[in-house]
Design a protein around this ligand. Structure first.
Ligand code: TYM
Length: 331
């Protein structure tokens, strides 16, 4: 951390189906982090994506989709380090080394594993069980001080903090214990149709999940049919999860807070409110989609950007691995 600036690290799974939750909870924070971080490091986590069934021929395409979405959203390779996880082999090596201070019980407690493995626990891949250790290695390899994520990653960040503390206690102060960084508003964007569930392309509803790459008509349709709550007041409250979610979305789109939105729509009905939310989401995402269309066809350019990022990332991670290996007694 040179002159008190944070070292920021975050990762994102490769899919072209990134949604408004990813955008508000995470991607927006990455873009802001570029100017604070020294460095700010962002990674498309293709190694994580093999923890669930996948198509090898698709994987590279999905990495490029994601890379283009992030660049379109405002990541600037001149101001951050942006790369593909599997290009930096130190991540996998550190995963194994960190296993020494990670217990089976730690992993067994992870709610994401329970949710994703579901009833077919016995058939879930070992990779799905091991996912949080690879995630810890991602962050600890860079001695990152801040991890900007959405609320659903809280438990994983807690575990990586514990792994770093245990490593340091056992082998000496080599790793940095990172801080969880959640956005002030929008850390947990909910499904528009089932606002008790988080927005997600794997666990949510199709109609309730706004994709970053949805066109304007689709966005308006999804927001227009969002479930609201009984009553007609535009007010954030625990018994109004649908309206609260829409207030948060509009607050982020406008760059204001909940109170301003509540004041503006005081006395107006849900119809006006939803139209404003749709306008806000279109304004937020349309430029990203347009820019994506320009960037995505240039696969060689995207590959070159990721390769240049990997080189910078490797230099940092390799230095950490030298220290870790030495402390652990390897040659
Ligand atoms: P992924 O790709 O599933 O999610 C990317 C980011 O989006 C956030 N997010 C949400 N935020 C608000 N509301 C939602 N409904 C919502 N859904 C998802 C996630 O919290 C995440 O920040 N495990 C990570 C990937 C990862 C990682 C890392 C993150 C791998 N290694 C190291 C940080 C540091 C994930 O689930 O990505």
């Amino acid at each position: 951390m040179a002159d008190g600036r944070p070292i920021i690290f975050s990762g994102i799974q490769p899919t072209g189906r990134k949604h408004l939750g990813n955008f508000i909870g995470a991607i927006r924070q990455y873009v802001e982090g570029q100017d604070r971080g020294d460095p700010a490091i962002f990674c498309v986590v293709d190694l994580h994506s093999i923890s669930v069934p996948y198509e090898p021929a698709d994987l590279r395409e999905r990495v490029l989709d994601t890379a283009a979405i992030l660049l379109a959203a405002g990541l600037d390779p001149e101001r951050c380090i942006f790369f593909r996880q599997s290009d930096v082999r130190e991540h996998t090596e550190l995963t194994w080394l960190l296993s020494a201070v990670t217990s089976h019980g730690d992993l067994d407690r992870m709610t994401q594993f329970k949710e994703k493995s579901g009833r077919a626990r016995e058939l879930a891949s070992a990779a799905l069980f091991y996912y949080p250790v690879l995630m810890a290695a991602d962050v600890l390899a860079y001695r990152a001080t801040e991890v900007p994520v959405g609320d659903d990653q809280r438990q994983h960040v807690e575990l990586m903090r514990e792994i770093a503390r245990r490593f340091n206690a056992r082998f000496g102060e080599v790793l940095v214990v990172p801080e969880l960084v959640l956005p002030e508003v929008g850390a947990r964007i909910m499904d528009l149709q089932e606002p008790e569930r988080k927005m997600s392309t794997t666990g949510g509803t199709e109609a309730g999940t706004v994709l970053v790459l949805d066109d304007e008509k689709t966005i308006r349709k999804k927001v227009g049919s969002a479930v609201t709550d009984s009553g007609r007041e535009v007010r954030a409250a625990p018994d109004k999860p649908g309206v609260t979610n829409l207030i948060d979305i509009l607050a982020v789109a406008r760059g204001t807070g909940r109170a301003e939105i509540e004041r503006e729509f005081d006395g107006l009905g849900y119809g006006d409110f939803k139209r404003a939310v749709a306008d806000g989401v279109v304004e937020l995402l349309a430029p990203v989609r347009e820019r994506y269309e320009e960037l995505r066809p240039d696969e060689a350019g995207l590959e070159a950007t990721l390769a240049a990022g990997a080189e910078k990332a490797r230099a940092i991670a390799a230095a950490t691995l030298v220290d870790v290996r030495e402390r652990m007694g390897f040659g």
